[in-house]
Design a protein around this ligand. Structure first.
Ligand code: NAP
Length: 328
């Protein structure tokens, strides 16, 4: 099969297209003939060596396609069935990633899709949607009266976080954009859009000096510090990543003096420990998208052999909100 591998970590052009043997599913697993593989910023971190994964490996942690083969002990899936699968359980040492014609998935983190489902659109929402779902529901315990501030709103994770918060609903769903000139296409989602450099003053004005109840933060760096300072009492900061590459310290005293809550989630770090919980969130999310309740924009689609371009654009902050690779 055709696959993209990282043999030694490095820049975007260290992604290499090769021929590999087709993998077989083990117990509790199935293989998927991959139609589309989602690409996210986190893939650039895997590729560059930030997580120290053993090489060679095939990146790609979210796919849609059709079941190819079912492993021992797997029920409810038959060959040919359309499915969506999360593959991000590197904690368990997964063998094959999503940038390949055939991927190995764990049945517990795979969900059937209705025949006729939009496989490209579905591949675009899996990792970010499940992360946002758990962050808003289970961690932030979002309430209809809450004001939510979403950092990195122009990106994949920030965008779907805003759209999920909007249908929850929350009171205000405020987007924070960093790059000058970046425009948000899903304008109906956001009650307000503020620029990162202006964050403190803008939130003060919008909330009458009260601050926000929830900050969802995939960016880190100075934006995290500025957003944390805008949390109202009992406010929750949910940390999901450091796209900025910076992880600023938050003093413990400021947490209890301000009566605030610090929360965090790493889907890839926890998925292999709670696969049923992740699988349940995946099924619920896919259902919301398929029924059109969660209205996800169409992703950009590029062929598998242009994956290096996608990685480079993500690192340059010039990528579309979400890109999927057409694999077959
Ligand atoms: N916790 C989890 O389980 C989980 C799951 C998925 C993703 N993540 C993490 O979430 C983060 C975002 O992922 P994504 O796929 O949404 O990425 P993305 O599509 O590239 O979006 C990231 C956004 O962050 C903003 N940003 C601010 N400073 C930046 C900087 N110095 N470099 C790059 N971007 C910067 C950019 O918006 P502006 O240009 O408008 O500032 C960009 O749109 C990544 O760190 C990823 O690892 C975590």
């Amino acid at each position: 099969m055709r696959a993209v591998v990282v043999t030694s970590p490095g820049p975007a052009d260290s992604l290499e297209a090769v021929e590999l043997p087709v993998p077989s599913p083990g117990p509790g697993e199935l293989t998927v003939d991959v139609g589309y593989a989602g690409v996210g910023f986190v893939d650039t971190l895997f590729r560059s060596g930030a997580f120290g994964l053993p090489t060679p490996f095939t990146p790609g942690i979210e796919v849609t396609g059709r079941v190819r083969e079912v492993g021992p002990g797997v029920a409810g899936f038959e060959p040919g069935r359309p499915v969506a699968a999360l593959l991000n359980d590197f904690g368990r040492g997964v063998r094959a990633g999503g940038y390949a014609e055939v991927a190995v998935a764990h049945a517990a983190m795979t969900t059937p899709l209705p025949e006729g489902a939009d496989l490209a659109r579905m591949a675009a929402v899996l990792v970010n949607g499940v992360t946002a779902w758990i962050a808003l529901r289970d961690l932030a315990r979002l309430d209809v009266h809450d004001d939510v501030l979403v950092l990195g709103a122009s990106g994949g994770l920030g965008g779907i976080t805003g759209r999920l918060a909007a249908i929850h609903p929350a009171r205000r769903v405020i987007a924070v954009v960093g790059s000058a000139g970046k425009r948000l296409s899903d304008t109906a989602t956001w009650t307000h859009v503020v620029h990162g450099t202006d964050l403190g003053a803008a939130v003060q004005e919008l909330t009458g000096g009260r601050g926000v109840d929830v900050v969802v933060d995939p960016v880190g760096g100075p934006l995290r510090t500025a957003a944390y300072d805008q949390l109202a009492p009992f406010g929750r900061l949910v940390m999901l990543g450091n796209a900025s590459g910076q992880d600023p310290a938050i003093p413990g005293d400021s947490v209890w003096h301000g009566t605030r809550q610090l929360l965090g989630l790493s889907l890839g770090g926890v998925a292999h420990l709670v696969p049923q919980r992740v699988g349940a969130a995946l099924s619920a999310l896919v259902d919301l998208v398929h029924r059109g309740v969660l209205r996800e924009p169409a992703p950009a689609i590029l062929p598998l052999d242009r994956v290096a371009e996608v990685h480079q654009a993500l690192e340059d902050r010039t990528a579309p909100a979400k890109t999927v690779l057409a694999v077959r």
